[in-house]
Design a protein. Structure first.
Length: 135
């Protein structure tokens, strides 16, 4: 299993993103089962479609939202399942630039995915136990 971050998903679906080519290549690996099933956190879903709406269009955001909700490669994780742990990590973080959503992704990764996260956000590398992919 592997946790998905919005930076990875946005790069995959936005052809103008600087990481688009790397994201498409990595998505092919994900679809090929390299890491097993992906974990899509509710917060990441909301963040991804919100940013895609601003950077692309409403119709693209809706299209991606439908695709993510119906994906065979991922399991949806409700935010309520990890809220308290995420909030506690966020409150105690005085040394990184990670957002609350980033902390939630890290919690999901550490609890359910052996610490693996698909992201282009280098700040995740500061969290002990997290493995950032693609490398």
């Amino acid at each position: 299993m592997i946790a998905l971050d919005s930076s990875f998903l946005i790069a995959n679906y936005n052809v103008r993103d600087v990481f688009h080519t790397a994201a498409v290549r990595t998505m092919d690996q994900l679809r090929g089962g390299v890491w097993g099933r992906a974990l899509l956190l509710e917060y990441v879903f909301a963040e991804t479609i919100g940013i895609l709406k601003r950077k692309t269009s409403n119709s693209k955001a809706v299209e991606v939202g439908h695709h993510l909700r119906n994906s065979r490669e991922s399991d949806f994780v409700l935010g309520a399942e990890v809220f308290i742990d995420s909030w506690n990590k966020f409150q105690g973080d005085f040394s990184t630039s990670l957002s609350f959503v980033d902390h939630a992704v890290a919690v999901v990764a550490l609890q359910r995915a052996g610490g693996k996260v698909l992201t282009f956000d280098k700040a995740f590398r500061q969290i002990p136990g997290i493995t950032v992919l693609p490398e």
